[in-house]
Design a binder for this molecule. Structure first.
Ligand code: ZN
Length: 192
């Protein structure tokens, strides 16, 4: 049996998948990028790096997390229809200005390469976020009311409320509502 894929890429865009590397935002927070090595693994899993190990250093990790939180705050502003926070937008713009990965034809195949591979990968994520902020699709940006995960609702009706994570947020909320209704009915029954 294969090892369980440790990362979920279900947020609907690469930038939002980065945002979701901090899980449980409504609670204690679940840091899925605890060290530079894990950032390398995540970037490789996201298809943004040809180097699966030993590329990221501590500074890169800090930069990745800062970019992640700036995109998150901008996303929250988009959801409520407010202007993007200026400092956060400046940070995303700065990250996007780094030289991205460039293709090289080596030994008959394309290899993506950069002098600073992690900054290059982050610049692609920042560019993805910037494009999303001005795309009409931004109206489909959502935050799961259960786990606070940010995602793009790509369903055709565009009425998705909950994320599609393996935690089953929609189901959990429905079960809770059902139990509350049951309890209310029972209490009502006892009262009469
Ligand atoms: Zn959720």
């Amino acid at each position: 049996m294969s090892i369980k894929q440790p990362f979920e890429f279900i947020a609907g865009s690469p930038a939002l998948c980065l945002v979701d590397t901090l899980g449980d935002r409504g609670g204690k927070g679940n840091e899925r990028l605890p060290d530079p090595g894990t950032l390398d693994l995540w970037l490789a899993a996201a298809g943004l790096s040809s180097q699966a190990s030993d590329a990221a250093n501590r500074e890169d990790l800090d930069e990745a997390r800062a970019l992640r939180e700036a995109i998150h705050r901008c996303g929250l502003a988009v959801i409520v229809g407010e202007d993007l926070p200026a400092a956060d937008l400046a940070l995303v713009n700065r990250a996007a200005s780094a030289m991205p990965l460039r293709p090289q034809l080596i030994g008959g195949r394309i290899v993506h390469h950069a002098g600073e591979p992690v900054r290059a990968a982050l610049s692609l994520l920042a560019a993805d976020a910037l494009a999303l902020f001005v795309d009409p699709l931004r109206q489909r940006l959502r935050q799961c009311p259960e786990c606070r995960m940010m995602f793009l609702d790509t369903s055709r009706p565009g009425k998705r409320l909950w994320c599609s994570s393996a935690q089953g947020c929609g189901n959990r909320a429905k079960v809770r509502k059902f139990r509350a209704r049951q309890a209310a009915a029972q209490n009502g029954g006892n009262a009469t």
